[in-house]
Structures are given as structure tokens and as C-alpha cells.
Write a protein that binds this ligand. Sequence first.
Ligand SMILES: *[C@@H]1O[C@H](CO)[C@@H](O)[C@H](O)[C@H]1NC(C)=O
Ligand SMILES: *[C@@H]1O[C@H](CO)[C@@H](O)[C@H](O)[C@H]1NC(C)=O
Length: 387
Amino acid sequence: MAMQSRALTIEDGKEPSALPKTIQSRVFPVRILQFFGLFLILGLGFSIISMFMIRYWGVQNVVSTARSEFQPCLEEPGSLVRWIRPQSNLMHTMTDKELFWRASLVPQINEYPFTRVPKIAFMFLTRGPLPLSPLWERFLEGHEGFYSIYVHSLPSYEAKFPSTSIFYRRQIPSQVSEWGKMSMCDAERRLLANALLDISNERFVLVSESCIPLFNFSIVYHQLLRSKYSFVGAFDDPGPYGRGRYNENMAPEVIITQWRKGSQWFEINRKLAIHVVGDTIFYPKFEEFCKPACYVDEHYFPTMLTIQAPHHLANRSLTWVDWSRGGAHPATFGKADITEDFLKRILEGQNCLYNDQPSSVCFLFARKFAPSALEPLLQQAPKFFGY
Ligand SMILES: *[C@@H]1O[C@H](CO)[C@@H](O)[C@H](O)[C@H]1NC(C)=O
Ligand SMILES: *[C@@H]1O[C@H](CO)[C@@H](O)[C@H](O)[C@H]1NC(C)=O
């Protein structure tokens, strides 16, 4: 009320001074009013016309025409691309529980409504550096869009790859993992879960810092994508290091005839990867009842997958390794070992079943190679491995 009465008094005060002005000065504000009125009518007219146009042509058309004319590089906001595009930054703050839940989501419609180029996810389980990375860089060169890389290393290790490297920013949130313990399986599940977040990843290969590829990328890609089976070493070893490690408390989820052993270096397809990440039945049993001298990373995946998807397993590993020297660890090969005879020995005389047919291409990868082997391997790779 006070404001209103004050405003009135001011206007009242001005009124007398406006009275003596001439007719000319009164015409001026009228012209301005007419001018604005014209604009108002024009504006309204335009609005009405464009409203009808949008109704007629459809919002989509008008918007996409504008986009294609002015922003040809931008995708449509809210399009499917936004939902299927993999994260460019692999770092996240999800806990394992959150991550595994997210990674276990599966589409219920089998046909993809977009062109999906299946990719191979190479998952590097390492302690720290990747001394053989130049070999992998050469192997993968020119095949962008057909593979992706994930690296799990000790959390204390800080990777320093240049921005041009294929390993640049491919590190996933990691935790300490110890050989033979459940934390090792956790790391492998973490790699799988992170790789599952990219809908294009179809085959998942676990490799270590001492692994090398034995064939060029085209061969590896087609061998994996055309395979009916996933390559998990899984065998029934009746001895003390096989069935001898089984604990009866695992029944009824795991019975002794289902108990399997195999190399930790697996290759599995998307379907099995989701089994592994989504497992809440077998995990607690292995966690509680398979502790050293039961080395859980040799038993958990082979046994669990044998129970859940036996007919999807090739029951052999893709990674060549040499146990002939005996002992608890396989042989490591350094600079002096990389001779032509040695490479022939790995590549020749391979015999296995591939899609139920005899094949001479069995191992696609090999381990274990010391950092000193890098230089001779790079030299021999074009001749022996075709890359
Ligand atoms: C890969 O190796 C195979 C057999 O050695 C060869 O036929 C093919 O051309 C190679 N592919 C590329 C891309 O080098
Ligand atoms: C792998 O072993 C399982 C049983 O453990 C069997 O059912 C399956 O057929 C085997 N896979 C192949 C390719 O022979």
C-alpha cells in the first residue's frame, strides 16, 4: 500500500509539467507505439506461420535439416548412438558390486537395431609395466574398430603411455590381486565387467604382460569370431593337484565330478562373460572353500563354466606355454631363446580340434616372454607371425 501511494504521488507530481507541451511532442510517442505494434504483428505472424510449418513438415524434419546444415559433425542428441557409445574414459568410481550389476545387463532382443562390428577385448592382467607393448602395437596397427584394450595393474602403478599409444588411458580401476587367491579372480571379473560395458565387445581374451600373439590380427580375429566354442582350459585331473583340491563343503553347488582344472588364460564370448560377472552361486563357495593349496584361479572359471555352459567350451586354452622344464612355474624365454628353431617349434606340429574339425592353428598366443625377448621378437615377427 505504501509503495502504491508513493507511485501515485510521483505521477501526480509529474502531471502538471506534462500539460503545457505542444501537440508535436505528443505525436512522437504515438509513432513509436505504432512502430512497435507493427513489429508485434509481424512477429506474431511469423510465429503462426512457423507453427503451421512445423506441424506440416514435422519437428524432426525441421530440426534435422537445421542440423545437417549447421552442425554436420554432431550426432543427434538423444539418439541411440548416445546409449551404445563406449565410454572414452575408462575410469569410474563404481564399486565391484555396482560394476558387476551394471555389466550383467543383457538385451532381450537378439537383433541389433544398428550395425554392430564385433570387437575382441584384449584384457591385460599385469603387475605394472607392459614391456612387450611395442609388439602388441604392431600386431594391432591398422585394425582400429575391431578390438579394444583393458589393463588391470597394481593400483600403486602409474601407467605412462604417450597419447599416441593404444594403451593410453586404457587402465581400469584396479585393486591388489595375488596369485592363487580369490583377489586374482576378482581382477579377472573386473576386467570382464569393464569390457562388457562396451556393447561391441564380443570375445574376451585374458593375457598377461609376458604374452605375445602368434598370428596376424586377421587370423586371430577370424579364428575367434568364427569359433563355436570358447577357449577355456578345463580338464578333470584325478590326482592330488586336481580332484585332490576339491572340498566337499562345496556340494551341492559343485560336486566332485564337475570339478575342473585349467590355465587361467581364457578366451570367452560375451554370453559366458556375463555368466562369470553375474555369478553369485559358485563365487561364495570358491571364496570360502578353495584357499591355498587350492589355487582358486586354476579352478573357479573352468569348474563354474563347465557346470553352467559345458557345450560352449573347447576345453583347451589358446595360450601356448612350456611346462617341460618341470617345477611350479612354466619356462620364461629371454633374448637368447628367440631362435628360428624355437619359433618353428611353437608354430609347427600343432594339432587340435577347431569347430569339431582337425586344425593346425591351435595356439593364437604364447607365454612367457621376458622383456629382453622384445627386440628379437620384433625382428622375427614379420617372418614367423605375419605382422
Ligand atoms: C595374415 O596372414 C595370412 C597368412 O599368413 C595372410 O594370408 C594374410 O594376408 C595376412 N593378413 C594381413 C592383413 O597381413
Ligand atoms: C568340454 O567338456 C564338457 C564336459 O566337461 C563337454 O560337455 C563338452 O562337450 C566338451 N567340449 C568339446 C568341444 O568337446
